[in-house]
Design a protein. Sequence first.
Length: 372
Amino acid sequence: MFTATRPVRTSDAVPDSAPPVTGVDMDPLPLDDDPGFEAGIDAGIDTAFDPELARLVDQYGLPLVVLDIQRAVRQYGAVREAFAMVDVHYDVSALAHPALIAAIDAAGGSFEVAHDGALAALTEAHADPTRVLHATAITHPHEALAAYNAGVRRFVVDGPADIEKFVGYPDDLCLIVRLRPVSVQHSHALPRGIRAEDALRVVGFAASLGVRISGFSLNLPDDAAPEQYVAAIARAIGLMADIEAATSIRFDMLDLGDAFPGRAWRRAADRNMLSRAIRAIVATETSRVTVTASTNRAVTTGCITIVAGTVERDADPLLASDCIDDGANVAVIGDDEPSPSLFAPFFRALTQSGHRILRPARRATQTGSSAG
């Protein structure tokens, strides 16, 4: 097991203009209905119109949360297919269900750890840690060490203070620095990451500590338009080229951030345009750069149904988590899944063991449910 040590910070070790590390609200992505997803909300529909749903209600009782795991896996695969040049990660905070994690892992998928508790959910589901991108804010060095010893090698960091936590790590470490958005929408709280104008000094600071920065991560809003992605990607590639020209450092990673592909997933034309742009800006001109991104509601849209007197389809994962916390039954369905009754005891066992739910809006909340 690797044991990390790091030096005491000297008074002149941090770049003068390096920004402070600050938090940013992470609300779920409000996707519009898209015929490609066959998603929507039907409130107040009698279950008699849906024989399968009625059967599940008869079997499990009310209230009931129904999770279509195989549909979620298919939708994750659709994102990967639409953006074949991007290593698309599933953001576990969208739905931290062990059956979904296991299915995506079995399909060779990758994961993003964006919130406290996500890595524990992946570990419990026996997911491959080498395919994990760790983007959770690291408060203490022992958190970084625990993730590394669990097998994680790729970390998104927010500035010099985070970089210092990785001093002395082996050469297989991959650090990606988050870039602050060009325009800040909320004046009361700065978003996480560094300013582009500080990037050269931050990269140089890391090099002075013996830590290599592999690339940069974008910080775009959840509903970013394709044009916003294109502009941000072009700026990041230009920044990387400028730093490479000024130093001997070479970059090989570009992360497109969370909630990918933003607004583009609602229309095929937007998806195609964004895919072509990424290939033209990154894959063709800088083929040595690996492009990653993380998706969330594009995977879980249309996969959660809550039955509690009325029927709510395409329910929000956070609402589903609240229902499960309050004692709702859970049924997992899917074309290739065994009977839902085989999963019920497993969920209750997780509940008794205090399994953690992931809640983007309420960070580090521990509950007793097996879905997030």
